[in-house]
Write a protein that binds this ligand. Sequence first.
Ligand code: LLP
Length: 434
Amino acid sequence: MHHFHYSGRDLHCESVDLAAVAKLYGTPTYVYSAGTMADNYRRLQRGLEGLDAQLCYAMKANSNLAVLRHFANLGAGFDLVSGGEIRRVIAAGADVKSSVFAGVGKTEPEIRLALENGIFSFHVESEPELGRINHVAGKLGLKAPIAIRVNPDVDAKTHAKITTGKSDNKFGIPLQQAAAAYEAAAKYPHLAIKGVQMHIGSQLTSVTPFVEAVEKVAPFAADLKARFGITYFSIGGGMGIIYRDALASGQPAWWEAQPAETRPLTPESYGAAMVPLLQPLGLKVLLEHGRFMVGNAGILLAKVEHLKRGAGKNFLVVDAAMNDLVRPAMYESFHEIVPLHRDSSRRALTADIVGPICESGDCFAKDRQIQEVGEGELIAFMSAGAYGYTMASRYNTRAMPAEVLVKGSAFELVNARESFEQMIAGERVPAFLN
Ligand code: LLP
């Protein structure tokens, strides 16, 4: 469920007419619904009732300071992966103390920054990393809290670029070697063993791989509790969202009309499967969902530049491009694309929906059916709240887009569109070229 809907003929976010947002702040602009994020958070919490569960929101999905603050206010900690993300949490006025630090290549300065700010735990991906964290903690005269990421070798059946829990991925330590890694960790004087972690991939649409992975790791977690007194089990993130029919999926009736077995993965079905498997362990459960929390809570607003009618092919050229939303170019991912002003008297148009960037990969959708829209009209890319802005770039010297947060009838610019001067601020022509 989400809070993007047509009121009359015009697409709204909560009570805000999105055309008004575009008029004020221009396009391309990301718009986020605070209400949808809060609903997602609460649904997940309710789904996990019976567990001592804590969400560490995977902020790589959307790390705008306003979004971070909103989740912190709701009670979330963060799953962070860089020194930059640590500093974002602090800049948002949130607490690093309920956050976990993941990633296969944490640098010494990043480890130090995390320790100085009281990180809840490091999620360690390899044996050399244990030594490095121990070394930095030793220099600070601290004991670093750690959990080892185990790789359960489960096929998440998702896109190859975002699957992580197979033995041929670079992530974690194979379950068979994990006991030895914990033995090694226990010998380091500046490490404190706190938990165990896994994450099998992103955009999972079935609960089965989650069940399979938890069933594989749970006995090991129980052993670690007995041997080392671990207190938590992080089961990672990865819950998928609905990209097709994204607009319809905001409506409860659509949802309920689906036969139970084809209903998409929900926090309710996820919780129902997870709670009985995890409850007997008596451990705190950490969750690291990113996409589920924000994916359907954001859209990208864009404007039509031209409708170019080619020989046997139409192209709708819009002012957003692969630099603003790279997911279709990078993962062949589907985003629903809708007009802001719906007019049933218009003809349907079949077109490739493309950006202005000089490569054919700059294509959002091929042969997509959309109501005919012309120059200057506004469209929305649905389900763009996760891995949208955070993966955007300046390719073709296009500025980073603006971001707006909506709550009820209020909306505010939470990130101004980048200026040309900001884009080139760090660049210099060296004297030897003069
Ligand atoms: N925990 C760990 C250790 C992760 O590596 C990730 C995501 C998450 C949690 C959060 O996963 P989520 O709940 O968002 O599925 N850029 C890609 C997704 C990359 C995911 C990377 N790791 C996309 O746009 O589909």
